[in-house]
Design a protein around this ligand. Structure first.
Ligand SMILES: C[S@@+](CC[C@H](N)C(=O)[O-])C[C@H]1O[C@@H](n2cnc3c(N)ncnc32)[C@H](O)[C@@H]1O
Length: 341
């Protein structure tokens, strides 16, 4: 092959891999849903044995695992026998660093079907949940408790990923009461309360989320230091905290909705109170960043957006906050600190 032909081929191959990226995503999601990584906890197993254990067609499962192993998710340690790799370890349930629920959530219809309408989003500038799911994003989860369980668990997995870094770069030790607004199952709040034993917490989310959050908070021995409050943050946010934490919440909303939410935080916080956002920031120089993909995810599902640092500054200023710092972490997330004026 000539050098020019080789270059053309590798460019075509690179584009082929980009185009078929959604095949990979679905394959990972299926391995997660079947619980293959949990089945390999005791060591490598033959594909036929795994198929019996998870209720799959032996030939189809072999082909799935062969494909995933070619990408480093599982390893084919002997013909037809598969074992764990560092990547497949992240598909185990309930282990530090697990992304199993996140994989299931991203590949389930609630996320998958709106992404199939991305073209319509790009043409119209609008989210496609209503067209693809028949209702808005969070209303869909209210109607589909199974998917909502993966959604909440998946968000908690990503929170746990960010939590160590948030605590490394931000000192919560002088905070009296932290309110985790749209806090889901309170994974980050729990980590903060463990690191700052003098602080108390308020976990605030929609009623159906709060209804399933209590066991997790209690299991961590935090029931007496954490109040669980159900409500709608577009109506009001609980008072009594000196710091409001919003992790991956503002990005769900367009500027007008985000302004309403931040305005409610402003009303509930005392003067000088702190607002801490944990978000991916879109780099101003367009270098590679997970923020770009997340930005489209927000557009197609919710009509929200990832923002640049300058966009956060003006959004916060308009709601009566002075942005003080945007602290990078060793994850895609930044800790954005603002003070209520
Ligand atoms: C992307 S999740 C982030 C969850 C959590 N902060 C985390 O990082 O794991 C957004 C959260 O906002 C909550 N939420 C959405 N609309 C809300 C509303 N109107 N009032 C209160 N919470 C809401 C959702 O239920 C969900 O838990």
């Amino acid at each position: 092959m000539t050098e020019a032909a080789e270059r053309a081929w590798s460019t075509t191959a690179a584009m082929f891999r980009l185009i078929t990226g959604f095949w990979v995503s679905q394959a990972v999601g299926v391995a997660a849903a079947l619980g293959i990584a949990d089945q390999l906890e005791g060591g490598p197993r033959h594909g036929d044995d795994l198929a019996r254990a998870v209720g799959a067609d032996p030939d189809a499962l072999q082909r799935l695992l062969r494909m995933l192993a070619s990408l480093g998710v599982f390893a084919e340690v002997a013909p037809g026998t598969f074992g764990q790799t560092p990547l497949s370890e992240t598909l185990r349930s309930d282990v530090p660093g697990s992304l199993r629920a996140y994989a299931m959530m991203q590949c389930a219809p609630g996320r998958w079907l709106p992404w199939g309408r991305l073209l319509d989003s790009i043409r119209s500038g609008r989210p496609m949940a209503r067209e693809a799911l028949g209702m808005e994003h969070f209303a869909y989860y209210a109607q589909h408790p199974d998917e909502a369980a993966f959604f909440n668990a998946g968000m908690a997995e990503v929170s746990a990923w960010a939590a160590g870094e948030v605590l490394r770069v931000y000192d919560f030790s002088r905070t009296r009461v932290v309110a985790d607004v749209g806090g889901g199952h309170g994974s980050l709040l729990a980590a903060i309360l463990r690191a700052a034993p003098g602080a108390r917490g308020i976990l605030f989310d929609l009623p159906r989320v709060i209804a399933t959050a209590r066991p997790g908070i209690a299991a961590q021995g935090l029931a007496d230091r954490c109040e669980l409050v159900a409500g709608d943050f577009f109506e009001a946010v609980p008072e009594g905290a000196d710091l409001h934490l919003l992790q991956q919440v503002v990005h769900n909303w367009d500027d007008a909705e985000a302004a309403r939410l931040l305005g409610n935080c402003h009303r509930a916080l005392p003067p000088g109170g702190k607002l801490v956002l944990v978000e991916m920031i879109v780099p101003s120089d367009n270098r590679p960043s997970e923020a770009h993909l997340m930005d489209l995810n927000m557009l197609v599902n919710l009509g929200g957006r990832q923002r640049t640092e300058a966009e956060y500054r003006s959004l916060l200023q308009a709601a009566g906050f002075r942005m003080e710092r945007a602290i990078p972490t060793q994850t895609p997330f930044y800790v954005i600190e603002a003070a209520r004026s």
